[in-house]
Design a protein around this ligand. Structure first.
Ligand code: ZN
Ligand code: ZN
Length: 162
């Protein structure tokens, strides 16, 4: 979504309400594949305070990703708030420099979404994950190899303790 900030960037005290939905393309971040199942809803505003634009948004993203243990699909909703400061000129504040009167919200929302993502999602606290040896999904099936498997690091420790 492109926001036209030409009106507020020249008017101190000006406020523009933002309400909308962003249709974002699927993305991959830190090894997590994110498939958005609905547009990301955004609500908030952008204010001109002493020549700096303060963007403040509440966002809700709905998406499918993979369980970090068993790799099955999990449906998730992530609510997050974001704040950014923007200016046409460099400033003492930490600002994003915008070089036109058009602001691409998609880019900023994606950046903030990625920074809010947990390291991974799991389908349930009880997820048993995949067998380290044969790769079967231990939530759905059992295998014989699991008991025989000794973590190489533990094996080394066992030998050390002999
Ligand atoms: Zn799982
Ligand atoms: Zn197995």
């Amino acid at each position: 979504m492109i926001i036209d900030v030409s009106q507020i960037i020249t008017n101190e005290g000006a406020v523009k309400e933002i309400d909308g939905e962003l249709s974002l393309a699927d993305l991959s971040f830190n090894g997590q594949d994110i498939h958005f199942t609905a547009p990301v809803s955004i609500h908030g505003d952008i204010k001109n305070i002493s020549g700096i634009l303060y963007l403040s948004l509440d966002c809700r993203a709905q998406f499918v990703t993979k369980c970090g243990r068993c790799l099955e699909d999990v449906e998730e909703t992530l609510d997050f708030s974001m704040e950014e400061q923007l200016s046409k000129l460099p400033s003492d504040e930490e600002v994003i420099i915008i070089d036109s009167s058009e602001l691409d919200l998609d880019e900023l929302v994606i950046k903030n979404f990625c920074s809010e993502l947990p390291i991974n999602y799991i389908c349930s606290e009880d997820c048993k994950g995949l067998c380290h040896v044969c790769g079967c999904n231990l939530n759905h099936t059992t295998c014989d190899c699991e008991d025989d498997y000794i973590d190489p690091r533990l094996a080394a420790l066992k030998n050390f303790l002999k």
